[in-house]
Structures are given as C-alpha cells and as structure tokens.
Ligand binder design. Structure first.
Ligand code: NAD
Length: 356
C-alpha cells in the first residue's frame, strides 16, 4: 500500500492508522486540510475488500469534506475516518470505545460524526472516550443530520430543474432514487410532497418497503434504477457509481443525489457534460448534514440552520452558471470555487489576540 504516492493523497495534512488487537479495531483517520478549522467528517464502517480500498475511500472522502465545508462557508476543515469491518456483524461497544480513543489521540484535529454503517448511538459510545465527536444532540431526529442532507439535496434539485427545465416545482417530473436509507427516504418524502413521481431501488428490503408503504415510491430493480427513463437520477447509496460503464446508459438529463464521491474519476465529470447531462456536484448539494452538525455544535436555532442550508441553492446556481460560461464540468468549477475560497482565507491576516 502506498500512501504519499496514492492518487487520492493530494497533500493530506495527516493520515493515521490504528490497529488495536484487544478490540479488533482497524481504522484510518485522514485529515485533508485544516485551513478553515478542524477536519470534521463522518466515521464510516464498511467491510472493505482490501486495505487499499479503505485508504482510497478515506482519502477521497476527507478531500471532499474540505471542499464541502469551504463551499458551505463553514469554519471547518476536511477529515474522515473509516473502520474496516461489517457494521452488522462486527460492530460492538469495545470496538467503538477503541475508536473513541483513536479519535481522541488526534487532539481535536479530527472531529467524528455518523456516516454509512454508524449512527447516533455509536457516536454516543465514541463520545464516552473523546469530546471530538458530533451528532449527539437530541433534536426531532435524535441528532441524525440525514434529514438536513436530504433537504439540501432537494433544494439542489430544485435549482437544477429551474436551470435545465425552467420548472418551478416537481409536478409531472419523474425522479429515480438509488438507495432509500437515511437520506434517500427523506428526499423521497420531499419530492412526493411536491408532486413528483418517485421510483426507488434498494438492496435492503425493509428500507424499500417503508418507502413504498409510507410514500408511494414505485419499486424498480436495483440493476435498472440508474438507467430508468426519468428527469432526474438521485444516487443516495454508494460512491463511484458514475463511471465509464454507467454513464453512457443514463437516460436522465439531471443527476443530483446525496452519495459522496459519485464520480469514479474526474474525467467522468467531463463525460457527463459532453453528453449534456447536468451533474450537481455531490459535495455541494449534500452539505446539509455537515451544516446541521456545525449548528448542533454551536447550539444554533433551527431557523439559522435552515437558512444556512438554503444557501446551497445560490451556490449551485453560481456553479451551473460558470460551468455553462466556461464549458467546463460542474465538478471542476465547484472545486475551483472552493479552492478560491481557501486561498482567500489563507491570505487573510490572522486575527489579533485581544490586548487588555
Ligand atoms: P444509509 O446507509 O442509511 O442508506 C443507504 C441505502 O442505500 C441503504 O438503504 C442501502 O441498503 C442502500 N444501498 C446500498 N447499496 C445499494 C445498491 N447497490 N443499490 C441500491 N441501494 C443500495 O446511508 P445514508 O445516510 O442515507 O447516506 C447515503 C449516501 O449519502 C452515502 O453515500 C453517504 O455517504 C452520503 N451522505 C450522507 C449524509 C447523511 O447525512 N447521512 C451526508 C452526506 C452524504
């Protein structure tokens, strides 16, 4: 396994590995950039096929968090952690406590939050060993930021249909959602409430059934969901699903979803543009969750959190406008905007300490 020469390394400030024989924990913490603040990002638990896969994932995800927080105007840097293992069969209290110790050993340069394979209850256990954890507060959803993520993706979609179709609402539009878990479910709820026909696929029968029973989602085979003839495809399951094989088969004009790292490679962003498919960069439209986590930590009022999430619409509109102007992929324009913001912050003089 190479670290410094890994394609996704991209100047990470910190990559830390943990192997704890007592609990069986094998985990990696990556902090990409702390220009704006500590590296805040989810703690993902997944049965990676290899250490290389785990490393690649954590590096790509933490870099995405840097851009996500920058575009959202948050005082947070980019970080992420992964626990190698199956969350259904290998997660236990000892393992999570060891993860808490691992997070704590980074002295606040990384702050953990929930992610795929972990939840609020797990963050509470991690929080027994470290203060550097988020997403514990009790709100209507028990601290879960997923409803905020879904709301941001919905607002992103609204911007995209306005830009591409000149539409003000979803009446008569068809949306295909891949993955009806935490985010996909709430996204489907907003879309159904706004008059869209929603198609959904999920490998988890319970999650699928809930969306069918409660929201009237129409079931589509897992293999067919991305190729469904719809107005919008919303990837809300795993990353790298927009690739050489899948992109030519897309029949939707817009892709807008919550999954992190949807593009397998940067070239896939260009490929989508060449085919005339409007891609909403994931790290821009799925920022509602990290905005929520930030406001939970700050103890803000619900209204200021929602106002902050609503800014996703303006940021995406700006990216779409610039991408049209420059004939560039939306992904590269969004990264460029984030880099501009980081450079501007780096150039600012440090705040002076108060002198009495
Ligand atoms: P989740 O695990 O609750 O839901 C994912 C769903 O996708 C599950 O129901 C799972 O069964 C399903 N799934 C997995 N593989 C599938 C496949 N091949 N086809 C169809 N369905 C499949 O996760 P989540 O919290 O809803 O997050 C979804 C995505 O959004 C993830 O990529 C996550 O990293 C990203 N994301 C989540 C948040 C958040 O606040 N939860 C924030 C930002 C980004």
């Amino acid at each position: 396994m190479s670290v410094f020469s890994a394609p996704a390394f991209d100047q990470h400030e910190l990559v830390s590995f943990c192997s704890d024989s007592d609990s069986g924990l094998r985990a990696i913490i990556a902090v990409h950039n702390t220009t704006l603040g500590p590296g805040v990002g989810g703690c993902r638990m997944y049965p990676y096929a290899s250490d290389d896969d785990a490393l690649r994932d954590v590096l790509r995800l933490s870099r995405g968090m840097t851009y996500k927080s920058a575009l959202a105007g948050l005082p947070l840097g980019g970080g992420k952690s992964v626990i190698i293992g199956n969350p259904r069969t290998e997660k236990n209290r000892e393992l999570l406590l060891a993860m808490g110790d691992f997070v704590n050993s980074q002295s606040g340069r990384y702050v953990a939050a929930e992610d795929s394979g972990t939840g609020v209850a797990d963050m509470k256990v991690i929080g027994e060993r470290t203060q550097w954890v988020s997403g514990l507060e009790d709100n209507e959803f028990g601290g879960d930021p997923s409803p905020s993520t879904a709301w941001g993706v919905y607002l992103g979609m609204r911007t995209a249909i306005r830009h591409r179709l000149g539409a003000d609402n979803f009446k008569g539009l068809k949306v295909a959602i891949q993955g009806l878990g935490h985010v996909g479910y709430y996204l489907a709820r907003h879309l159904r409430a706004d008059g869209a026909t929603v198609y959904g696929a999920d490998v988890n029968a319970d999650n699928l059934q809930r969306a069918v029973n409660e929201l009237g989602v129409i079931v589509v085979d897992v293999q067919d969901i991305l190729q469904r003839e719809v107005d919008i495809v919303a990837p809300c399951a795993m990353g790298a699903i927009l690739n050489e094989q899948s992109i030519p088969q897309l029949r939707a004009g817009i892709v807008c979803g919550a999954a992190n790292n949807q593009l397998a490679t940067p070239q896939d962003g260009d490929h989508l543009r060449d085919l005339g498919i409007l891609y909403c960069p994931d790290f821009l439209v799925n920022a509602g969750g990290i905005i929520d986590v930030h406001h939970q930590r700050a103890g803000s009022a619900e209204a200021s959190k929602r106002e902050h999430i609503a800014r996703i619409e303006g940021s995406l509109a700006e990216v779409l406008r610039r991408a049209d102007e420059c004939h560039s992929s939306t992904e590269s324009i969004a990264e460029q905007l984030a880099e501009e913001y980081l450079a501007q912050k780096r150039a600012e003089p440090p705040a002076l300490a108060a002198v009495s």
